[in-house]
Design a protein around this ligand. Structure first.
Ligand code: COA
Length: 538
């Protein structure tokens, strides 16, 4: 495999301007991440101290092995939603190493509205469970939650993908043989009581941990019985009388010690069958990525410049380089793991879609994970392309992406628009992980195009009613809200707040994040290639 050549000049004014724009975005990202981790009210902090509880961030730090990477998921979930203070949607979550074992971890933050579960909190819980199920990882929860955020109960309770799904998934995770260990380090009320109840092993902290279907106020209202939280569902009761909990902990530190011991006691994971070589750094520094992507999506850049900064030795074996040139396909290694990469170099034409379908079939048969680097304005439109059957060719690519059984990873490094989002393995196409860069934009189409469509629809209606077309001023009344809405809702920040991705990552971290993801993906048993057909050279 030959190393890629680079045409980047870090001394050029263009590079410096792009790097400066990215530095601004990264400074904003750092500020928001720091606030999401540590911006908590004095009142909530005092209440924690009074009860002898450790803050969620400290519980997490103590749970994980020192000096090991934590792949945080949804670090900015719910950012700017609700009243703006529901940091991380109320839960720290991600993949971390506990007693030498990679686990999905979920830690409620009771300093965010008593650890109550907002709609985005449910979505995050389901996402963490999906990661555990797809990658066959143990699931460790530290629970401290007031249960459903009651003012929004209709949005967290009744539907198929609402709260009940969390416990449904727990049953299925158990059936799959995924270990589930839960520490009760605060309240587990009502529905939240089922999280420990559905787990394999439960650790319960004396004094602060409590499990009950209804708390003391509700019991009093329902039956008139007066009872304390500890008597109703404390550690003494559940470890010695009811048998609901299994391990009695003196305090938070003791609970975390026990959880770590329980993880150490799990049987070892299955050996990975991944194609793995010795990792080698890229020839070009990953930090240069900041100066490669333009602030304006309309400005083109060569996706190979990104590939050269995330792959081992910057080596890339390109597939069909002269055909369908606006989609670059080929094989490389990242931290030693073999991957098949698909990256955009412009709009998708029929040839690109057919090339992708062919390439994905090869990766599927050879059991090589796929990496999609999205910077896609969509599929080519127009009479010539419709006559050429672009919809049919797009179908071949979308079909291959949707049904590939090898692990799929997606990084949105620029634009992600229209059916291009689907064909390049957007969230709906089941990538095991999806990350965005701070400059990323996502939408059905660009804002200017969307406004243009609405203006043309309005003018069509007016023509049918015998009215003249919109004036320039009337057009701007229609255009301005569309542009403003798209500026906000098409941003990486809005995407990550709504958990359309697993997080925004700095470009220079991409290689390491992908390396962790590939290592995690390699843990799951390979379902194997299932098609009864040979490869179609479409
Ligand atoms: N829905 C909405 N908000 C809730 C809530 C709920 N279920 N439970 C707590 N909160 C809010 C409180 O109003 C408070 O908001 P504020 O900071 O804006 O004043 C914040 O969460 C912290 O609650 P507080 O009671 O002050 O903190 P605490 O540490 O003493 O107790 C709980 C936290 C969760 C133990 C306690 O609030 C509680 O018992 N909540 C009700 C639990 C329940 O019965 N849930 C059933 C839902 S299925």
């Amino acid at each position: 495999m030959e190393p890629l050549a680079s045409a980047i000049d870090p001394e050029s004014p263009e590079f410096k301007a792009r790097a400066l724009a990215m530095a601004g975005l990264l400074a904003d990202l750092d500020r928001d991440l720091t606030a999401a981790r540590s911006d908590r009210s004095e009142k909530a902090l005092a209440r924690h101290r009074e009860q002898g509880k450790l803050p969620a961030s400290e519980r997490l730090d103590r749970l994980l092995d020192a000096n090991t990477p934590f792949l945080e998921v949804g670090a900015l979930a719910a950012h700017g939603l609700y009243d703006g203070g529901v940091h991380k949607a109320g839960t720290f979550g991600g993949i971390g190493v506990i007693s030498g074992r990679e686990c999905v971890v979920s830690v409620n933050d009771a300093m965010v509205k008593g650890g109550t579960i907002y709609p985005m909190g449910v979505k995050k819980a389901l996402r963490l469970q999906a990661i555990a199920m797809e990658n066959h990882l143990p699931f460790v929860s530290l629970i401290d939650s007031g249960g459903a955020f009651l003012p929004l109960q209709s949005e967290v309770f009744p539907d198929a993908d609402d709260g009940g799904r969390i416990f449904y998934n727990q049953a299925h995770m158990s059936r799959m043989g995924l270990p589930q260990i839960t520490a009760v380090m605060g309240l587990c009320t009502a529905g939240a009581a089922y999280i420990p109840a559905m787990s394999d092993e439960v650790v319960h902290v004396r004094g602060t941990g409590a499990i009950f279907l209804a708390g003391p106020p509700l019991v009093k209202a329902a039956t008139g019985e007066e009872v304390t939280s500890e008597d109703l569902g404390g550690a003494e009761l559940h470890c010695s009388v009811s048998g609901v909990s299994d391990h009695y902990a003196e305090d938070d530190a003791d609970a975390i010690r026990i959880v770590r011991e329980l993880v150490a006691n799990l049987p070892p994971p299955a050996a990975s069958g991944a194609d793995l070589a010795s990792p080698r750094p890229p020839l070009y520094p990953p930090e240069e990525l900041n100066g490669i992507v333009p602030a304006e999506l309309a400005e083109p850049f060569d996706i190979r410049e990104i590939i050269a900064r995330i792959t081992d030795d910057s080596a890339f074996l390109e597939f069909k380089p002269r055909y369908g040139a606006t989609l670059v396909c080929g094989w490389a290694r990242i931290h030693g793991y073999k991957v098949g990469i698909l990256g955009n170099n412009g709009v998708l034409f029929s040839e690109c879609a057919q090339k992708a379908a062919h390439f994905i079939q090869l990766c599927e048969k050879r059991r090589v994970p796929l990496l999609f680097l999205q910077n896609v304005p969509g599929f080519m439109v127009g009479r010539e392309y419709e006559r050429g059957g672009i919809t049919k060719h797009g179908h071949q690519m979308v079909n291959a992406v949707a049904t590939a059984t090898v692990p799929k990873l997606t990084v949105i490094v620029g634009g992600s628009f229209g059916a291009g989002n689907y064909a390049m393995c957007g969230r709906a196409y089941g990538p095991r992980f999806l990350w965005t860069w701070p400059n990323a934009r996502i939408g059905v189409m660009g804002a200017a195009q969307a406004a243009g469509v609405l203006i043309s629809v309005a003018n069509g209606q007016r023509a049918r009613a015998g009215l003249p077309p919109l004036t320039t001023e009337e057009e701007s009344w229609l255009r301005t809200p569309v542009l403003e809405g798209q500026a906000r809702e098409g941003s990486a920040m809005y995407s990550t707040a709504n958990l359309w991705d697993d997080g925004i990552i700095a470009p220079a971290r991409t290689r390491d994040v992908l390396g962790l993801c590939l290592a995690v993906c390699a843990r799951a048993p390979d379902p194997g290639f299932r098609s009864t057909f040979g490869t179609f050279r479409v």
